[in-house]
Design a protein around this ligand. Structure first.
Ligand SMILES: C[S@@+](CC[C@H](N)C(=O)[O-])C[C@H]1O[C@@H](n2cnc3c(N)ncnc32)[C@H](O)[C@@H]1O
Length: 273
Protein backbone atom coordinates (compact mmCIF):
# COMPACT_ATOMS: atom_id res chain seq x y z
CA UNK A 1 0.00 0.00 0.00
CA UNK A 2 2.75 2.42 -0.96
CA UNK A 3 1.19 5.78 -1.71
CA UNK A 4 -2.02 5.39 0.23
CA UNK A 5 -0.83 5.04 3.79
CA UNK A 6 -2.85 3.56 6.59
CA UNK A 7 -3.45 7.06 7.89
CA UNK A 8 -4.62 8.28 4.46
CA UNK A 9 -6.98 5.31 4.35
CA UNK A 10 -8.29 6.20 7.79
CA UNK A 11 -8.85 9.83 6.73
CA UNK A 12 -10.68 8.58 3.62
CA UNK A 13 -13.04 6.63 5.86
CA UNK A 14 -13.38 9.68 8.13
CA UNK A 15 -14.89 11.48 5.14
CA UNK A 16 -17.30 8.62 4.42
CA UNK A 17 -18.45 8.11 8.01
CA UNK A 18 -21.42 10.50 7.95
CA UNK A 19 -23.33 8.62 5.24
CA UNK A 20 -21.56 5.25 5.38
CA UNK A 21 -24.08 2.41 5.01
CA UNK A 22 -26.92 4.89 5.51
CA UNK A 23 -28.14 5.58 1.97
CA UNK A 24 -30.84 2.95 1.60
CA UNK A 25 -28.65 0.31 -0.07
CA UNK A 26 -28.80 -3.24 1.15
CA UNK A 27 -25.06 -3.90 1.44
CA UNK A 28 -22.80 -4.12 4.52
CA UNK A 29 -25.63 -5.12 6.86
CA UNK A 30 -26.65 -8.06 4.69
CA UNK A 31 -23.11 -9.40 4.46
CA UNK A 32 -22.55 -8.86 8.18
CA UNK A 33 -25.68 -10.89 8.96
CA UNK A 34 -24.50 -13.76 6.81
CA UNK A 35 -21.01 -13.64 8.31
CA UNK A 36 -22.52 -13.87 11.81
CA UNK A 37 -24.75 -16.78 10.78
CA UNK A 38 -21.76 -18.63 9.38
CA UNK A 39 -19.56 -17.98 12.42
CA UNK A 40 -22.48 -19.02 14.65
CA UNK A 41 -21.80 -16.78 17.63
CA UNK A 42 -23.18 -18.07 20.89
CA UNK A 43 -24.19 -16.15 24.01
CA UNK A 44 -21.31 -15.30 26.29
CA UNK A 45 -18.58 -15.10 23.62
CA UNK A 46 -15.92 -12.39 23.56
CA UNK A 47 -15.81 -10.90 20.07
CA UNK A 48 -13.36 -8.56 18.36
CA UNK A 49 -14.75 -6.73 15.29
CA UNK A 50 -11.75 -5.53 13.30
CA UNK A 51 -12.36 -2.46 11.10
CA UNK A 52 -15.80 -2.06 12.64
CA UNK A 53 -16.79 1.02 10.63
CA UNK A 54 -20.31 2.08 11.54
CA UNK A 55 -21.11 -1.19 13.27
CA UNK A 56 -22.67 -3.39 10.58
CA UNK A 57 -21.14 -6.40 12.35
CA UNK A 58 -20.73 -4.92 15.82
CA UNK A 59 -24.37 -4.30 16.71
CA UNK A 60 -25.86 -7.64 15.59
CA UNK A 61 -22.86 -9.41 17.15
CA UNK A 62 -23.58 -7.69 20.48
CA UNK A 63 -27.17 -8.90 20.32
CA UNK A 64 -26.09 -12.44 19.61
CA UNK A 65 -23.52 -12.74 22.41
CA UNK A 66 -25.90 -11.08 24.88
CA UNK A 67 -25.16 -9.51 28.23
CA UNK A 68 -22.83 -12.34 29.23
CA UNK A 69 -20.56 -11.72 26.25
CA UNK A 70 -18.71 -8.70 24.91
CA UNK A 71 -17.92 -7.06 21.58
CA UNK A 72 -15.01 -4.71 21.00
CA UNK A 73 -14.90 -2.85 17.68
CA UNK A 74 -11.62 -1.34 16.49
CA UNK A 75 -11.08 1.03 13.59
CA UNK A 76 -8.36 3.46 12.48
CA UNK A 77 -10.86 6.13 11.39
CA UNK A 78 -11.48 8.50 14.30
CA UNK A 79 -14.74 9.62 12.74
CA UNK A 80 -16.02 6.03 12.44
CA UNK A 81 -15.01 5.32 16.03
CA UNK A 82 -16.61 8.49 17.39
CA UNK A 83 -19.91 8.05 15.57
CA UNK A 84 -20.17 4.33 16.31
CA UNK A 85 -19.30 4.89 19.99
CA UNK A 86 -22.16 7.41 20.17
CA UNK A 87 -24.53 4.86 18.63
CA UNK A 88 -23.36 2.24 21.12
CA UNK A 89 -24.26 4.60 23.93
CA UNK A 90 -27.58 5.67 22.38
CA UNK A 91 -28.61 2.06 21.80
CA UNK A 92 -27.26 0.83 25.13
CA UNK A 93 -25.46 -1.89 23.18
CA UNK A 94 -23.25 -4.42 24.90
CA UNK A 95 -20.18 -3.23 22.96
CA UNK A 96 -17.29 -0.79 22.99
CA UNK A 97 -15.28 0.88 20.25
CA UNK A 98 -11.63 1.85 20.17
CA UNK A 99 -9.30 3.68 17.78
CA UNK A 100 -6.73 1.07 16.80
CA UNK A 101 -4.82 -0.30 13.83
CA UNK A 102 -6.16 -3.62 12.56
CA UNK A 103 -2.75 -4.88 11.50
CA UNK A 104 -1.04 -4.43 14.86
CA UNK A 105 -3.81 -4.24 17.45
CA UNK A 106 -2.51 -3.43 20.92
CA UNK A 107 -4.60 -6.03 22.73
CA UNK A 108 -3.61 -8.94 24.99
CA UNK A 109 -3.01 -12.45 23.64
CA UNK A 110 -5.84 -14.99 23.72
CA UNK A 111 -8.39 -12.38 24.81
CA UNK A 112 -11.15 -13.26 22.32
CA UNK A 113 -13.26 -16.26 21.31
CA UNK A 114 -14.05 -14.84 17.88
CA UNK A 115 -12.33 -12.32 15.60
CA UNK A 116 -14.43 -10.88 12.78
CA UNK A 117 -13.07 -8.72 9.97
CA UNK A 118 -15.61 -7.65 7.41
CA UNK A 119 -14.15 -5.97 4.29
CA UNK A 120 -10.97 -4.71 5.90
CA UNK A 121 -8.14 -7.23 5.43
CA UNK A 122 -7.43 -6.07 1.84
CA UNK A 123 -6.80 -2.51 3.08
CA UNK A 124 -3.85 -3.60 5.21
CA UNK A 125 -0.32 -3.03 3.91
CA UNK A 126 0.54 -6.57 5.05
CA UNK A 127 -2.65 -8.66 5.25
CA UNK A 128 -0.83 -11.78 6.51
CA UNK A 129 0.69 -9.76 9.36
CA UNK A 130 -2.85 -8.69 10.24
CA UNK A 131 -4.06 -12.29 10.15
CA UNK A 132 -1.14 -13.33 12.40
CA UNK A 133 -2.11 -10.66 14.91
CA UNK A 134 -5.72 -11.84 14.91
CA UNK A 135 -4.51 -15.41 15.48
CA UNK A 136 -2.53 -14.22 18.50
CA UNK A 137 -5.62 -12.51 19.93
CA UNK A 138 -7.73 -15.68 19.81
CA UNK A 139 -8.02 -18.10 22.67
CA UNK A 140 -7.39 -21.76 21.94
CA UNK A 141 -10.33 -23.10 19.88
CA UNK A 142 -11.31 -19.57 18.87
CA UNK A 143 -12.78 -18.71 15.46
CA UNK A 144 -12.00 -16.26 12.69
CA UNK A 145 -14.58 -14.90 10.22
CA UNK A 146 -13.47 -12.69 7.33
CA UNK A 147 -15.34 -11.26 4.37
CA UNK A 148 -13.70 -10.13 1.14
CA UNK A 149 -14.98 -9.19 -2.28
CA UNK A 150 -15.05 -11.66 -5.15
CA UNK A 151 -15.08 -10.98 -8.88
CA UNK A 152 -16.52 -7.72 -10.16
CA UNK A 153 -19.83 -7.68 -12.00
CA UNK A 154 -18.84 -7.93 -15.70
CA UNK A 155 -21.91 -5.90 -16.69
CA UNK A 156 -20.41 -2.93 -14.81
CA UNK A 157 -16.96 -3.12 -16.45
CA UNK A 158 -17.52 0.06 -18.47
CA UNK A 159 -18.28 2.01 -15.28
CA UNK A 160 -15.00 0.89 -13.70
CA UNK A 161 -13.14 1.90 -16.89
CA UNK A 162 -14.33 5.49 -16.46
CA UNK A 163 -12.26 5.79 -13.26
CA UNK A 164 -9.11 4.03 -14.44
CA UNK A 165 -7.38 6.94 -16.23
CA UNK A 166 -7.31 8.87 -12.95
CA UNK A 167 -5.60 6.14 -10.93
CA UNK A 168 -1.81 6.74 -10.79
CA UNK A 169 0.47 3.69 -11.08
CA UNK A 170 1.38 3.82 -7.39
CA UNK A 171 -2.31 3.40 -6.55
CA UNK A 172 -2.95 0.62 -9.06
CA UNK A 173 -3.24 -1.81 -6.14
CA UNK A 174 -6.48 -0.08 -5.17
CA UNK A 175 -8.01 -1.38 -8.38
CA UNK A 176 -6.76 -4.83 -7.49
CA UNK A 177 -8.25 -5.69 -4.11
CA UNK A 178 -9.31 -8.84 -5.91
CA UNK A 179 -5.80 -9.76 -7.07
CA UNK A 180 -2.68 -11.14 -5.38
CA UNK A 181 -3.67 -12.83 -2.13
CA UNK A 182 -7.31 -12.09 -2.89
CA UNK A 183 -7.43 -13.39 -6.47
CA UNK A 184 -8.92 -16.76 -5.54
CA UNK A 185 -10.69 -18.29 -2.57
CA UNK A 186 -7.95 -20.91 -2.37
CA UNK A 187 -5.15 -18.33 -2.41
CA UNK A 188 -6.68 -16.36 0.43
CA UNK A 189 -7.34 -19.59 2.32
CA UNK A 190 -3.64 -20.42 2.07
CA UNK A 191 -2.75 -16.97 3.37
CA UNK A 192 -5.02 -17.58 6.36
CA UNK A 193 -3.33 -20.94 6.97
CA UNK A 194 0.11 -19.36 6.68
CA UNK A 195 -0.88 -17.04 9.54
CA UNK A 196 -1.35 -20.09 11.81
CA UNK A 197 -5.04 -20.93 11.40
CA UNK A 198 -6.45 -24.40 10.78
CA UNK A 199 -9.70 -25.74 9.33
CA UNK A 200 -9.99 -22.95 6.76
CA UNK A 201 -13.21 -22.98 4.73
CA UNK A 202 -14.46 -20.44 2.22
CA UNK A 203 -17.65 -19.89 0.29
CA UNK A 204 -18.63 -17.34 -2.29
CA UNK A 205 -22.08 -15.85 -2.82
CA UNK A 206 -23.45 -13.39 -5.34
CA UNK A 207 -26.04 -10.80 -4.24
CA UNK A 208 -28.13 -8.46 -6.35
CA UNK A 209 -27.59 -4.95 -4.93
CA UNK A 210 -30.27 -2.54 -6.06
CA UNK A 211 -29.95 1.23 -6.57
CA UNK A 212 -33.06 3.32 -7.21
CA UNK A 213 -31.39 4.85 -10.29
CA UNK A 214 -27.88 5.54 -11.62
CA UNK A 215 -27.66 8.76 -9.57
CA UNK A 216 -28.32 6.74 -6.42
CA UNK A 217 -25.29 4.57 -7.22
CA UNK A 218 -23.14 7.69 -7.66
CA UNK A 219 -24.23 9.15 -4.30
CA UNK A 220 -23.66 5.79 -2.62
CA UNK A 221 -20.23 5.36 -4.19
CA UNK A 222 -19.02 8.47 -2.32
CA UNK A 223 -20.10 6.92 1.00
CA UNK A 224 -17.54 4.07 1.25
CA UNK A 225 -14.11 3.00 -0.04
CA UNK A 226 -15.03 3.79 -3.66
CA UNK A 227 -14.85 7.47 -2.67
CA UNK A 228 -11.08 7.18 -3.11
CA UNK A 229 -11.58 6.99 -6.89
CA UNK A 230 -13.80 10.06 -6.98
CA UNK A 231 -11.23 12.00 -4.97
CA UNK A 232 -8.50 11.19 -7.52
CA UNK A 233 -10.42 13.10 -10.19
CA UNK A 234 -9.50 16.79 -10.60
CA UNK A 235 -12.32 19.12 -9.56
CA UNK A 236 -12.77 20.47 -13.09
CA UNK A 237 -13.28 16.94 -14.48
CA UNK A 238 -15.73 15.70 -11.88
CA UNK A 239 -18.89 16.65 -13.71
CA UNK A 240 -17.70 15.07 -16.96
CA UNK A 241 -16.86 11.84 -15.13
CA UNK A 242 -20.22 11.85 -13.43
CA UNK A 243 -21.92 12.24 -16.82
CA UNK A 244 -19.80 9.42 -18.25
CA UNK A 245 -20.80 7.11 -15.39
CA UNK A 246 -24.48 7.98 -15.86
CA UNK A 247 -24.17 7.24 -19.59
CA UNK A 248 -22.59 3.84 -18.91
CA UNK A 249 -25.30 2.94 -16.40
CA UNK A 250 -28.20 4.03 -18.60
CA UNK A 251 -28.31 0.80 -20.66
CA UNK A 252 -28.26 -1.25 -17.45
CA UNK A 253 -31.50 0.24 -16.14
CA UNK A 254 -34.27 -2.15 -15.22
CA UNK A 255 -37.85 -1.42 -16.34
CA UNK A 256 -38.46 0.39 -12.99
CA UNK A 257 -35.45 2.66 -13.60
CA UNK A 258 -33.22 0.97 -11.04
CA UNK A 259 -29.77 -0.49 -11.63
CA UNK A 260 -28.64 -3.74 -10.06
CA UNK A 261 -25.05 -4.67 -9.25
CA UNK A 262 -24.15 -8.35 -8.87
CA UNK A 263 -21.85 -8.25 -5.82
CA UNK A 264 -19.76 -11.29 -5.08
CA UNK A 265 -18.81 -11.75 -1.44
CA UNK A 266 -16.50 -14.36 0.04
CA UNK A 267 -16.78 -15.68 3.57
CA UNK A 268 -13.66 -17.29 4.98
CA UNK A 269 -13.80 -19.08 8.33
CA UNK A 270 -10.93 -20.62 10.26
CA UNK A 271 -9.94 -21.90 13.69
CA UNK A 272 -7.24 -21.28 16.21
CA UNK A 273 -5.99 -24.79 16.96
C1 LIG B 1 -15.22 -1.23 3.99
S1 LIG B 1 -15.21 -0.65 5.65
C2 LIG B 1 -16.00 -2.01 6.51
C3 LIG B 1 -16.60 -1.59 7.82
C4 LIG B 1 -17.44 -2.67 8.52
N1 LIG B 1 -16.62 -3.83 8.88
C5 LIG B 1 -18.62 -3.08 7.67
O1 LIG B 1 -18.69 -4.26 7.28
O2 LIG B 1 -19.46 -2.20 7.37
C6 LIG B 1 -13.53 -0.80 6.15
C7 LIG B 1 -13.26 -0.23 7.52
O3 LIG B 1 -11.91 -0.58 7.85
C8 LIG B 1 -11.31 0.53 8.46
N2 LIG B 1 -9.86 0.40 8.27
C9 LIG B 1 -9.13 0.54 7.13
N3 LIG B 1 -7.83 0.34 7.39
C10 LIG B 1 -7.73 0.07 8.72
C11 LIG B 1 -6.65 -0.24 9.60
N4 LIG B 1 -5.39 -0.29 9.17
N5 LIG B 1 -6.94 -0.46 10.90
C12 LIG B 1 -8.22 -0.42 11.37
N6 LIG B 1 -9.26 -0.13 10.59
C13 LIG B 1 -9.03 0.11 9.29
C14 LIG B 1 -11.91 1.74 7.78
O4 LIG B 1 -11.76 2.92 8.53
C15 LIG B 1 -13.35 1.29 7.61
O5 LIG B 1 -14.14 1.66 8.70
Amino acid sequence: MSAYTRQAMARLFDRTAETYDALGVDFFGTFAGELLDRVALVPGERVLDVGCGRGAVLFPAAERVGAGGSVLGIDLSAEMVERTAKDVEARGANASVSLMDAQEPTLPDAAFDVVLASFVVFFLPDPVAGLRSWHRLLASGGRLGVTTFGADDPRWAAVREVFKPFVPPELAWTLAIRSGLFATLEGFGQAVESAGFTGVTSVERVYPVKFADPGHWITWSWSHGQRMFWELIPEDRLDAVRQAVLAELEPLREPDGSVVLAQTVRYTLAHHA
